[in-house]
Design a binder for this molecule. Structure first.
Ligand SMILES: Nc1ncnc2c1ncn2[C@@H]1O[C@H](COP(=O)(O)OP(=O)(O)OP(=O)(O)O)[C@@H](O)[C@H]1O
Ligand SMILES: [Mg+2]
Length: 213
């Protein structure tokens, strides 16, 4: 799988990073977005090894330059596509476990869309590591939850997917979702969704059972 590097990153990723910086100011947790060299380091061999040690699998990195990144091709496609086409709901549980493990290890993904998880059989592999940040901040963790939820909000199975992701997350981190993650979800979902009717319906679903106080 050949990917172009930073200069051609697409709209969704910039949306994530702008929202991240903007909300951080609004909530008095000013947080700088990652720089180009941090993005390159995050995609590299060392970070992939760190992740492997904490039980998070990534595609094998084959080569990396300033403009191109070549990694192993994962044939099952991304998690959004898998869930949209009737894939096993436990895949969302796996994504929740991965997010929980990452937070426990003191990192966050920031760009935690379902499209950044790949599927191989019944296991889930994480790609697109560019925006990772080493932090225990409550705000950055909420960004991970919020961006995942927003990315699946236009799916009919949203309720089941979120419950499954939540249970996986809880099993690894011992924490429920923060209220802030729901606020971030609502902001991001405006830019993410391909079906505003489904998104709006899902926004009105009751999230109270998922939130820890
Ligand atoms: N190793 C891989 N094997 C198979 N498919 C992949 C792989 N990496 C990425 N993809 C597919 O390509 C899509 C985009 O990949 P990735 O997120 O890494 O690139 P990006 O430049 O960050 O794009 P985007 O802005 O859409 O996030 C993924 O959602 C997935 O569908
Ligand atoms: Mg991506």
């Amino acid at each position: 799988m050949v990917k172009r590097n930073m200069p051609t990153k697409q709209f969704h990723e910039f949306l994530i990073i702008y929202v991240y910086s903007l909300i951080s100011v609004l909530f008095f947790h000013p947080s700088a977005p990652p720089t180009f060299s941090e993005i390159t380091r995050n995609e590299g061999y060392e970070m992939r090894n760190n992740l492997k040690k904490i039980g998070i699998h990534t595609p094998k990195l084959l080569s990396m330059s300033d403009t191109n990144l070549i990694e192993e091709y994962i044939e099952g496609g991304d998690l959004y596509w898998a869930l949209a086409s009737g894939g096993d709901i436990m895949l969302a549980y796996e994504a929740g476990c991965i997010t929980g493990k990452l937070h426990e290890a003191g990192y966050t993904f920031l760009d935690n869309k379902a499209q950044n998880y790949l599927v191989r059989g019944d296991s889930v592999i994480r790609t697109d590591l560019g925006f990772m940040k080493k932090t225990h901040s409550h705000y950055s963790k909420s960004m991970d939850i919020g961006s995942f939820l927003a990315s699946v909000m236009d799916l009919d199975m949203y309720g089941e997917i979120v419950k499954s992701f939540h249970d996986g997350y809880l099993s690894e981190s011992g924490s429920k979702f923060s209220y802030l993650s729901i606020v971030i979800r609502n902001v991001l979902s405006v830019g993410f969704s391909s079906s505003s009717k489904t998104t709006l319906r899902n926004m009105l679903l009751d999230s109270r059972t998922l939130i820890g106080v």
